[in-house]
Design a protein around this ligand. Structure first.
Ligand SMILES: NC(=O)c1ccc[n+]([C@@H]2O[C@H](COP(=O)([O-])OP(=O)(O)OC[C@H]3O[C@@H](n4cnc5c(N)ncnc54)[C@H](O)[C@@H]3O)[C@@H](O)[C@H]2O)c1
Length: 249
């Protein structure tokens, strides 16, 4: 895979799956634009990418805030004159049982996980239509297919089901313009998102995964790289599980 001259925007690119993916895009010579709420960390990753000879910029973007997204996208577009790849990795989790969930929890999860994906797609899709080329990759979750997970996660699952629906609709609308839109559904992945699980919860999860292990961020990044590369030349509207078989009965 080669991303030379590809202009990439990745949200949530300073930690976990997004960080691993951003670094790998850099190793494969892409121009990596990291959009994250945490500018300090994003800057660090960006500098690491540049130290390997690729180009990278960090932007402080809160994906729930449309004007911060528009401003960063304008900057990227005025610098490169195109945007080839969008990866939506920013996300938050909520594991409360449904009866404990507040409206505020609902708003937070929906705003980051679903509205944030809507905003970035809504800003970048017209650019891709004009250039008649684009790859959009949204990170959903197996929770979006199962309707939550082993420990509640109902609201989180609903947000990710929304991402799956958005992905399929955009694939249909973008196809005639050469825009590929796919989603990945990771299973449990060793990142900050699941660091607070206790030992017994980890065991329960692992026993439900045929490969008997959590994914590493690199496992998910590998699938993202393939689906956003030109090797995936006829794949669109695909919702790909990267879960060690967790969704099998
Ligand atoms: N880790 C898992 O087990 C798992 C499983 C399935 C799906 N996912 C999904 O994968 C994606 C990446 O998750 P991760 O495990 O790498 O999580 P993570 O917590 O390690 O990283 C999330 C990143 O998103 C950024 N972020 C959070 N809110 C933001 C906002 N409002 N604006 C901009 N950036 C923001 C954070 O700063 C961080 O860099 C998420 O969408 C998550 O829902 C994760």
């Amino acid at each position: 895979m080669d991303f030379t001259n590809k202009v990439i925007v990745i949200t949530g690119g300073c930690q976990g799956i997004g960080k691993e993916t951003a670094l790998e895009f850099g190793r494969l010579k892409g121009n990596v634009n990291i959009f994250d709420i945490n500018l300090k960390e994003a800057d660090k990753i960006s500098k690491e990418i540049c130290s390997h000879g690729a180009e990278s910029h960090a932007y402080q973007v809160d994906v729930t805030n449309r004007s911060s997204i528009s401003k960063a996208i304008k900057d990227v577009f005025s610098h490169y004159g195109r945007i080839d790849i969008l990866v939506n990795s920013a996300g938050i989790v909520n594991t409360k049982p449904f009866t404990d969930v507040t409206e505020n929890d609902w708003d937070q999860v929906m705003n980051v996980n679903l509205r944030g994906v809507f905003y970035t797609c809504h800003e970048i899709f017209p650019i891709m239509v004009r250039q008649k080329y684009g790859k959009i990759l949204n990170i959903a979750s197996i929770a979006g297919k199962k309707g939550g997970g082993f420990f509640g996660n109902t609201v989180y699952g609903a947000s990710k089901a929304g991402v799956i629906g958005l992905t399929k609709g955009l694939a249909r609308e973008g196809g005639p313009y050469g825009i590929h839109v796919n989603a990945i559904c990771p299973g449990p992945t060793d990142t900050g998102m699941i660091k607070d699980l206790n030992e017994s919860a980890r065991k329960t999860l692992i026993n439900n995964i045929p490969l008997r292990k959590f994914a590493k961020p690199r496992d998910i990044a590998n699938a993202i790289l393939f689906l956003t590369s030109d090797l995936a030349s006829h794949i669109s509207g695909e919702i790909t599980d990267v879960d060690g078989g967790a969704l099998l009965d």
